[in-house]
Design a protein. Structure first.
Length: 322
């Protein structure tokens, strides 16, 4: 067991800011941790909760309270974390039940990860509580997609902005976790580096390249069942969209004078393909990028990842290539 803050790299300013705000006014409050995915927003929220739940008010990492906070079972901590699904009313009921319980600690913390996945009824049900949390209660809403949050939710939280990590910070974390940094060394987002170690990574990149080839060649036909079966979840589909966006970004940069053969790209194994794809009109790639952005916004409203793939391939690529 250890201090959670010792696992956080590159977020000292956010750590000091939030810790000082809470320490100077131990009443209540709602915070919105907003920024790119994979930079440590949720981990920092957990570290702050551990710090104030600690028996010595220092986040020592050794006392019983710190150990329970680290494992997420502290009576003063509630984690709402839906990796793929929409955050629904059942989760709001968990929050309300948590707040009804008699507090055994001086402060209580509710961490809502991927807060942008709250649907409208869920968001509206939380508005009053976020605006005036009970005394000693702190909400940490964590989001990598602020556009998915209702304005009424954002207006009731104190915004704590996050940016991408430096390459040095990313290298430090990657070394600690045993990541090889084969790709995404300049992305500033740990989740991209970590995903590049997964066995599903390569097939997703190949699938992304297949889609781009079809756009470049102006050919429209649906993907085969084995190709569609590569994407098994909404989380993987979001990864596919991310990889497509990265490749399209490099195509557009190449068209603007960026040399894919000599300058650094995320997928070095696709340098020649990027140069080839760059021969297609920039309007085609710009339009496709907008399609990807739209689908990313809509992704978590779809009940079926496979149907969503059909939507991207059949409906949107037809409009891009027409």
């Amino acid at each position: 067991m250890a201090q959670i803050i010792s696992q956080v790299v590159g977020l000292q300013n956010q750590w000091e800011q939030v810790r000082k705000i809470i320490a100077s006014d131990l009443q209540s409050g709602s915070f919105l941790f907003a920024g790119p995915e994979g930079v440590g927003k949720k981990k920092l929220a957990q570290a702050i909760a551990q710090y104030f739940l600690c028996e010595t008010q220092s986040g020592c990492g050794h006392c019983g309270a710190c150990k329970r906070a680290e494992t997420g079972v502290h009576e003063g901590l509630l984690n709402i974390d839906q990796d793929e699904d929409i955050i629904k009313m059942d989760d709001v009921l968990k929050v309300k039940e948590f707040l009804k319980l008699k507090s055994l600690s001086s402060a209580r913390f509710i961490i809502i990860n991927n807060a942008h996945r709250m649907n409208i009824p869920t968001s509206n049900a939380l508005l009053k509580t976020l605006e005036e949390p009970p005394e000693g209660v702190y909400f940490f809403l964590v989001s990598s997609r602020m556009s998915g949050l209702l304005m009424t939710i954002k207006s009731r939280c104190r915004l704590i902005p996050f940016s991408v990590l430096t390459e040095e910070d990313l290298a430090q974390i990657s070394q600690r976790n045993g990541f090889s940094m084969l790709n995404f060394s300049k992305s500033g987002q740990l989740h991209l580096v970590s995903k590049s170690q997964d066995k599903e990574f390569k097939p997703l990149i190949v699938l992304a390249a297949t889609i781009l080839n079809r756009i470049a060649e102006g050919k429209f036909d649906t993907l085969s069942d084995p190709q569609k079966a590569i994407v098994k979840s909404k989380d993987q589909f979001q990864d596919l969209i991310t990889y497509l966006e990265i490749l399209v970004r490099d195509i557009l940069l190449t068209q603007a004078g960026f040399d894919a053969m000599t300058d650094e790209v995320y997928f070095t194994e696709y340098k020649k393909e990027i140069q080839s794809w760059a021969q297609v009109s920039p309007a085609v790639w710009s339009q496709f990028y907008q399609v990807l952005e739209t689908k990313k916004e809509d992704l978590f409203l779809s009940p079926d990842a496979q149907l969503f793939i059909e939507s991207l391939i059949v409906e949107n690529l037809r409009s891009v290539m027409s």
